[in-house]
Design a binder for this molecule. Sequence first.
Ligand code: NAD
Length: 360
Amino acid sequence: MHRRDFAKLSALALAATRLPAQSAEPKAKPIGFAAVGLGTISGIFSQGLLKADDAKLTAVVTGHPDTKGKAYTAQYDLAPGSVYTYDTYNTLRDNPAVDAVYIGLPNSMHMEYTVRAAEAGKHVLCEKPMAISSAECRRMIDACHAHKVHLMIAYRLWYDPTVARALELVKSGAIGQVQSFAGAFIGQQPTGAWRLNKALAGGGSIFDLGIYPLNAIRYIIGEDPSAYTAVVSTREKGPRFAEVEESVEWTMKFPSGIIASCRSSYGADGESRLEINGSRGFLVIAPAYGYDGMKLTGRIADDIIDYTATGRIPFQFTLEADHFADCIRKNKTPKTPGELGLADLESIEAIYKAAGAPLA
Ligand code: NAD
């Protein structure tokens, strides 16, 4: 494929992902979201809602109603009575302006706040990782099913045109038969962060960072791994990694024979990266898991691939919110449903088991 054709196709792919949600009915009001837990990611998601076609922030749930609640009310022009606490969360059921909740809480709280939202009749868009165990994921799926609400996991990369472009090149056979993947997401967490607290995080960096290559590879291949090898290790002694390991490296074999080799760490700096090797060429996404600026390079036969999406933060979140709004309106299963979050938790559990450090 020539570079010119590639650029044209890429522009088309980008335009396609930006099409407004097609509503079967005239839009009376946008789908209303309550953001639950007003930390970093809820802030970015709320910014994404400002640009959405069919979704809007209509309430917040916070342990700090007098500070964060007031600030969100002013910034997002929330109606009076739209600030809830974790204690009054269940009364969301009486607020018709809230169709769905967006859960941006620490991992161990995802199950409780999903189940309570389902019981209140609200659809759920839950951050990754879906929960801290596959058993919790099943409870979340069952609760949403029982209360007839949709459950989507916020895997924002599925809405990024760079990843969509890589998927297209793999699925079209352009890089030939895929042989292997290599994925890495490495960063730092400070001593005392909730992500280093096992009860809140569920485990180490794979719950937060490693889940990105894990999920991206599953998305691109469309298969579930059938075998795993893994090691976990903590080089730094001291309080920072008292509860969770510092680093994990693992391999996955898929039924087709494809091999993936991945790693994540909370104790180092490094490039976030996803490499796909095929019999006719290769693709590299680096940086691979950012909110914007993802870059796809590679070579297919004699053609150089070089593509950077033009979307800027918080565009992935806007596309994600509009997708969920569309699913709610049309009663469609989301592209990233609870079952996908469950599959990733099953893989995480298998990885810890393969490392000889099974999760309790
Ligand atoms: P954060 O620490 O910035 O925010 C967490 C929020 O939960 C805060 O408002 C905090 O007050 C509240 N909270 C309630 N009870 C708490 C408790 N017991 N301990 C700590 N905080 C408590 O975290 P974050 O980075 O926004 O992450 C929240 C969730 O979003 C996590 O599940 C994380 O994996 C996910 N996340 C997803 C992305 C993404 O790109 N999709 C990026 C970052 C985080």
